[in-house]
Each structure stands twice: as C-alpha cells, then as structure tokens.
Design a protein around this ligand. Structure first.
Ligand SMILES: NC(=O)c1ccc[n+]([C@@H]2O[C@H](COP(=O)([O-])OP(=O)(O)OC[C@H]3O[C@@H](n4cnc5c(N)ncnc54)[C@H](OP(=O)(O)O)[C@@H]3O)[C@@H](O)[C@H]2O)c1
Length: 277
C-alpha cells in the first residue's frame, strides 16, 4: 500500500483528497492544524496528526511521528493554505509574513524534510495545490498571488534539480472550487485589513458580502475535480507538470501566452471585479 501525506485535511479539498485517495487504496496520513479536526479524522479511521504549517515545531513533530510509522512515504500533497485578500496597500509586512509562513515556508520545510527519504528510495510524487493565481495576478489578491507565484518558482526549480531522479513534481492549478476557502479568506481579511481606514472601504463592503455568501462563482467545480488530478499525478507513469482545473484556469493559461501584457491587465482587472468580488 502506498503512503501519502496530505496537509490541511480539516475540510475542503484536503478532506476530499484524503477520502478519495483512501478509497483508491492509498494509506493516508491526514493532517490538520487543529486538534479537534485531528480527532475527527481519527474517528473516520485515518492515521491523523496535528500539523500546523506556520510552525516549524509542529511540522517537525508531525514528520517524526509519521516516519516512526513508515520510512517509505510515496506521496506528499501540499494542500493546507489560506487566501489573504485586500489591496496590497492595505496589507502590512506582518500580514504578508503570515501568508508566506503558511502558504510557502511551511510547504518548503515539509518538502525539505521528506525529500531525503524519497531520494533514498529514488521514488515519490509531490503534488502542490497552486492556483490559477499562481500564474496570473488579480487585483486585491496580491498577498495570496505572491505566495502561489513563490510556490511555482520553488517547484519549477526543484523539478529541474530532481530531473535525474524518479521523484516527480506536479502543480495543480485550480480556478474556483467548492470548499471553505472564501469563508477562511473572509476571516483573514477581518484579521489583517483595517477596512475603515482604507481608500477601498466601499469595495471591501461588497467583497465581504461575496465572501460570506453561499453563491458559487461562475464555473465552480466540486473538490472531486482536484481529486481526479491528484489520482492521475500519483498513479500514472509520467505525471503531468501542470493540471489546470476549471474553465477559467484553462482559459487564462492560454490567454497569458497569447495576449500582450497590457491587454491581459485589462482582462484581469475586469475578472478581479475591482475588489468587489
Ligand atoms: N477553493 C478554491 O477555489 C481554490 C482554488 C485554487 C487553489 N486552491 C488551493 O487549494 C488548497 C486547499 O484549499 P481549499 O479550497 O480546500 O480551502 P479550505 O476549505 O479553506 O481549506 C484549507 C485547508 O488549509 C488548512 N490550513 C490553513 N492554514 C493552515 C496552517 N497554518 N497549517 C495547516 N493547515 C492550514 C485549513 O485548516 P483550518 O480548517 O484549520 O483553517 C484547511 O484544512 C489551498 O492550497 C488553496 O490555495 C483553492
């Protein structure tokens, strides 16, 4: 049975991956940052551990426990992350730092700890939940954009460095997927952005309504669409480098190659909804 470690399994895409890959016969190490969620995962029969990506100590403790159970981890799925919304002029150094601690540095540290074991076996698959916002930028999402662009830079480099090994890296780049992402983005916004002292106060009022609403964005797909890509990336002989999920992700991947930068800016500004979406 091949073992796969997944971060951020409290809900959304992470939980869907854990459940779906277990059904496919993988042994899942499901991790979440809150003890209550870990207890819930254990109740569901998972080997579950606390793993908070913003804490080196938590990452190291989790990895030590997992390596006590196996020295043969086949897959690592970097999933746990959150979206910090807000115009960049309203994002403090601290807010950006926190975004990177979870979305980038935590992922890198985990890779750094797992890679030597994979290299010893000369096999493994590492899957990164990037985003359409990992290759195109949208206004009012700069902090999240920067974190996903950073992940893409790290993966594109690591893939070259590992090209002579049997360890394969894949980037899954979804557009809108059904999950708790928007409500968690709302929480991060309320924590970090002083909207009453912002030039964008009225935009934010509209944005908040959207983040709190249950209405799905156009072209939203269920998390199972991401599961399908992860299954492929784990099981096929040659995993794809990019898995683009949803129509907008596929479309933007083409447009960014074809259109001049200024025209692309106009399209992205429109798609970004001027901070109101
Ligand atoms: N949904 C989308 O439209 C979409 C589109 C493109 C890419 N993605 C990417 O898909 C991945 C999963 O997101 P999702 O849509 O499933 O959102 P979600 O429902 O909000 O789930 C995010 C998961 O990440 C966890 N997380 C947050 N901070 C963490 C930390 N410090 N340490 C460990 N785990 C942490 C959350 O745990 P808590 O419950 O404890 O907060 C939760 O389990 C993310 O990488 C996201 O960037 C999502």
């Amino acid at each position: 049975m091949k073992s796969v470690l997944i971060t951020g399994c409290s809900g959304g895409i992470g939980l869907c991956l854990a459940e779906g890959l277990r059904r496919e016969g993988y042994h899942i190490f499901a991790t979440a940052r809150k003890t209550a969620d870990v207890a819930q995962l254990k109740q569901q029969g998972f080997d579950a551990f606390v793993l908070d990506l913003s804490s080196s100590e938590s990452i190291n403790t989790a990895i030590t426990k997992i390596f006590e159970q196996t020295d043969d981890l086949y897959g690592l799925i970097h999933n746990g992350a959150y979206g910090q919304v807000g115009a960049l002029e309203d994002i403090s150094r601290q807010a950006l730092k926190e975004q990177f601690e979870t979305n980038v540095f935590g992922w890198h540290e985990l890779t750094h700890l797992v890679l030597p074991k994979m290299k010893l076996k000369n096999k493994g698959r590492i899957i990164y939940l990037s985003s359409v916002l990992g290759f195109v930028a949208m206004p009012f999402r700069g902090s999240y954009n920067a974190s996903k662009f950073a992940i893409e830079g790290l993966v594109n480099t690591l893939r070259l460095e590992l090209s002579s090994t049997n360890i394969q890296l894949s980037l899954i780049q979804p557009g809108p997927i059904e999950s708790n992402f928007r409500i968690n983005a709302y929480k991060a916004f309320m924590k970090q952005v002083d909207m009453n002292n912002s030039d964008y106060q009225s935009n934010y009022e509209k944005m908040i309504k959207r983040l709190q609403s249950d209405e799905l964005a156009a072209f939203t797909l269920p998390a199972a669409a991401v599961l399908k890509c992860a299954q492929h990336a784990l099981s096929t002989k040659q995993a794809k480098i990019h898995y683009r999920v949803t129509f907008p992700a596929k479309l933007f991947a083409i447009l960014i190659r074809l259109l001049p930068a200024r025209l692309m800016d106009k399209i992205l500004n429109k798609a970004g909804g001027g901070g109101e979406r």
